[in-house]
Write a protein of this length. Structure first.
Length: 228
């Protein structure tokens, strides 16, 4: 019988970590974190490397335990009221190769008990990038609507994130696409279940979701002049 890449114990560990979010508990159970969470996450990224190179070649897919696609479990608590030292999710980020110099769109995989999803697009892009996206929507509303309403894409994805309360500067309040122009995030997410993620079709499923997000990713990349 074949087993999925991600074990069910990955989610068990995250549930226990949520109840015991302290350094002593984590130090005592770090071997389980490495065995049940980090190791399988690295393996998943490794299995995604070739198929994503074919369907989304501009994304960095880096299967390393540190400084790769898997985000650190350690929270930055310096400016946060929440002083819990650890994240209770696994974040896997496939950044655009232009990402270092420019806030380019990416793909993000979020693994958390009862809240798993894949996200595509730009989360909190800086003001320059945001202005470019808005200008592209305004300049070619048909192209934007084709990307936004693409049937294959919208079969599983829905837009999330925050919007301005009013119209952005330079755009009239009655602009036909005002709801989109007010967005501060250009991100869409597709939910995933723990069963899907621990099943043996996980690689195919993620690749399919990345392909589905192509209309949005391409529009956003075009708007800031980076390839996708």
């Amino acid at each position: 019988m074949s087993h999925g890449i991600l074990p069910k114990s990955l989610f068990s560990f995250l549930r226990k970590l949520k109840q015991n979010n302290d350094r002593d508990w984590f130090a005592e159970h770090k071997h389980l974190y490495q065995q049940d969470v980090l190791g399988p996450a690295v393996e998943l990224v490794a299995r995604l490397e070739k198929p994503l190179a074919r369907c989304a070649p501009m994304l960095h897919v880096v299967p390393k335990a540190h400084n790769g696609s898997i985000m650190r479990i350690y929270r930055d608590t310096r400016f946060s009221k929440n002083k819990d030292p650890y994240k209770t999710n696994v974040g896997i980020s496939f950044r655009h190769q232009a990402g270092k110099d420019i806030h380019a769109p990416g793909i993000y995989l979020h693994l958390e008990p009862r809240e798993c999803f894949i996200g595509a697009g730009s989360w909190r892009p800086d003001s320059t990038v945001l202005s470019s996206i808005r200008a592209a929507i305004d300049a070619d509303p048909k192209a934007w609507k084709r990307a936004r309403d693409n049937k294959t894409f919208r079969a599983d994805y829905q837009f999330v994130g925050e919007s301005l309360k009013t119209a952005p500067r330079d755009y009239p309040k009655d602009h036909p696409l005002i709801d989109d122009l007010r967005r501060k995030d250009f991100i869409a997410i597709a939910p995933l279940s723990e069963a899907e993620l621990t099943g043996d079709a996980i690689v195919d499923l993620i690749v399919a979701r990345v392909k589905q997000a192509k209309p949005l990713m391409r529009f956003l990349c075009d708007s800031i002049d980076v390839p996708y």
